[in-house]
Design a protein around this ligand. Sequence first.
Ligand SMILES: NC(=O)c1ccc[n+]([C@@H]2O[C@H](COP(=O)([O-])OP(=O)(O)OC[C@H]3O[C@@H](n4cnc5c(N)ncnc54)[C@H](O)[C@@H]3O)[C@@H](O)[C@H]2O)c1
Ligand SMILES: [Zn+2]
Length: 361
Amino acid sequence: MEKIRVELGENSYDIRLGYDILTDCVERLRETAYEREVFVVSDRNVYEIHGGGLETVLKNNGFAVAKYIIPAGESSKSWDMANEILKVMLKKNYSRKTCVLALGGGVVGDLTGFVAAVYRRGVPFIQIPTSLLAQVDSSVGGKVAVNHPLGKNMIGSFYQPKAVWAELGMLESLPEGEWLAGLAEVLKYAVIWDKEFFDFLEKNSERVFRREREVLPKMIAVCCEIKGEVVKRDEKDENLRNILNFGHTFGHALETATGYKKYRHGEAVAVGMVGAMHLACGLGLFSLEELQRVEKLLKKWHLPMSFSGHLKEEVLHLIEHDKKVIGNQVTFVLPTEIGNVVLKKGIQQKLLEEALEKIAE
Ligand SMILES: NC(=O)c1ccc[n+]([C@@H]2O[C@H](COP(=O)([O-])OP(=O)(O)OC[C@H]3O[C@@H](n4cnc5c(N)ncnc54)[C@H](O)[C@@H]3O)[C@@H](O)[C@H]2O)c1
Ligand SMILES: [Zn+2]
């Protein structure tokens, strides 16, 4: 089992990851001063496959288990769902020492974290991420939220978990499309931060594609280390955390233009990273050779690299009105080489159009 410390003062915690780690993790939980009943939130897909195993380990360690199972999918990440869960917790009269466990992908993690943050002004919670995206991204860093009809992730907080338990065996039941979408975020870390990691992914692309047990611990650990490091230096998303948005300005615009239906988040980010790389090339920051190396990997992992040309105008408009606009100027995360990015504002519209042209078909 690997352990990665996310250093955030009194909010510090450990990410534990590996195969067959749950027993160890729960034994550790037993040593804390929490209530002997834990509250598990999960979605139907995940619970059906992995809920029983977790419950057994918990019960074997003397925990009573209560649970709330939500329908799978983004629409469950709502204010109404949070309210339903809070109602159950209130009826059970849980104390502030009741530990809440989030067993699932990013939807379960964000929603459960939000509930844990507000129930009696905060109860301990543990992330047990089950999707690749959740293991490398959403479970680390403490952003918790629900969606609002007027905007995604608009109601939320920063609330760190007490621990993250990433059981890698759970990834084996993840549907193929979800696996590949998660790989886009993995590749993102390599491009923004770590050239050596990129080389590793390139060298092991087939084994990663097949989810081989020999390569996943390293792959996921490196992602968690990078995310942990970025979060440590900028917990409240004031500057450095921006770099995690590489590919996301283009990607979000594409998700919005297609009504969040055509692309999974990671797929839109894959297209977006190609767009951002072209923009960087147009500015003379990045080389075409490196762009092609990244594209080759995206292709191997069956990730999209372009979008339908008729959406170009709308995507352009959405980028220019990105919600992350600061002081009227969109900030782009642009690579200067594989392993390093810079933030750039005040990009000429013409250059942006040219970059979009390159990824529109
Ligand atoms: N908090 C953050 O920092 C942060 C970062 C990135 C994304 N997010 C959020 O994460 C969410 C997306 O997360 P996601 O991609 O994990 O989506 P998800 O939670 O909807 O999971 C994707 C699908 O895979 C299924 N699934 C998950 N694990 C499985 C497993 N082991 N076996 C079989 N099926 C499994 C789920 O039931 C679901 O159908 C979005 O709401 C996004 O806003 C948050
Ligand atoms: Zn993302």
